[in-house]
Design a binder for this molecule. Structure first.
Ligand code: ZN
Length: 349
């Protein structure tokens, strides 16, 4: 995979870090047909890289790896690829699906009073308190899963991180932020949200995954409290995909992982007649791009999908199960009329 073809915008403002959801400025323009060729080339490179590098690394680590949970079979790899396809197919079918970020980037700026942007702010504000709780739970869950909650120092780091999450109270729409969301770690009380991004996330599930991503940046904070966890997650994703995931890329991927875990938990807690696969796909769909460019700080959107599904193949299985006759739906209980009403805003009930 070739890196560096994309010029990144400044992602950090001086000392206090300014952590973006995603900010990519293309330094070159290609004819659309080139993208097809590029995509084909990228797949060839990806598959050869994965089949050689990852397998080699796995073999090398196999003798003294941390056990069964680090195993990732060729069948899992196929499952991951099918899940990416299913997610992006579902995006086309679902009337409340998210807009891919490359499409967001190509849109003209949207005023703050645009009805879709206003609806997005209301959605974000409504979901922020719930998302804070989901993020706290997800971070603790991941810390335990990656053996980073075992001693007082580790637990102290995690507790400091979750305390910062609780302090975030505001979502501020911003025209110039366009298709980005960001947080200023010097003032970690607010998430700034581009109006294009706000309007492009048309479901509660998608909004929660992005809010949770930003809250995880805040959780780690200027102290970088979650750095060990970010590294551990990136290490596992690298082993399973063969992708190079270091530095800021590790943090961005981990924030995405917290995002999909939070969305998954939200789906479980808010029954709906919509299928689990459709609702879960919404947490990933903004990555269903045609222009699959990476930069130094982020995996490309499609490789982000790949890494997320590889980190938890349970997500891949759930996205692939289309529910059929409702087998995989989490139906509302008969008494939970209010809950059904609550989730109606994210799609047809
Ligand atoms: Zn980010």
């Amino acid at each position: 995979m070739k890196y560096g073809a994309v010029t990144r915008k400044s992602r950090y403002a001086d000392a206090p870090r300014f952590a973006h959801w995603r900010s990519r400025g293309c330094s070159f323009i290609l004819h659309p047909s080139s993208f097809v060729l590029l995509a084909a080339l990228a797949s060839v490179v990806y598959f050869s890289t994965v089949s050689s590098t990852a397998q080699t690394r796995q073999r090398r680590n196999g003798a003294h790896s941390a056990g069964a949970r680090d195993s990732f079979t060729p069948a899992d790899r196929r499952l991951v690829e099918r899940a990416i396809g299913a997610t992006c197919t579902e995006r086309i079918r679902d009337p409340f699906s998210s807009m891919p970020i490359d499409e967001m980037q190509s849109r003209p700026s949207l005023p703050v009073n645009d009805p879709e942007a206003v609806a997005g702010v209301h959605r974000a504000e409504r979901l922020l308190p719930t998302t804070r709780k989901l993020v706290v739970n997800a971070i603790v869950q991941l810390a335990k899963e990656y053996d980073l909650y075992e001693n007082a120092v580790s637990r102290g780091r995690v507790n400091a991180a979750t305390t910062r999450v609780e302090a975030v109270k505001r979502v501020k729409p911003d025209v110039d932020a366009r298709d980005n969301a960001s947080v200023l770690l010097r003032e970690p009380r607010m998430i700034e949200f581009g109006t294009i991004f706000l309007s492009g996330l048309r479901s509660d599930e998608a909004m929660i995954s992005v809010l949770a991503h930003e809250l995880t940046h805040i959780a780690s904070g200027q102290a970088d409290s979650l750095r060990p966890l970010f590294r551990a997650i990136a290490h596992r994703a690298s082993l399973r995909t063969g992708l190079r995931i270091q530095g800021q890329r590790a943090e961005e991927l981990a924030c995405d992982l917290v995002g999909v875990i939070a969305a998954r938990r939200f789906i479980k807690e808010t029954p709906s007649w919509e299928s689990l696969s459709r609702r879960l796909a919404r947490a990933f769909e903004h990555n269903c791009v045609d222009d699959d460019a990476s930069d130094e700080d982020h995996l490309s959107p499609r490789n982000t999908l790949r890494a997320l599904f590889a980190l938890d193949v349970g997500f891949a299985s759930e996205v692939l199960n289309d529910g059929g006759m409702g087998a995989f739906r989490i139906g509302p209980k008969r008494a939970s009329v209010n809950q059904v009403m609550l989730t109606a805003s994210s799609g047809p009930s």
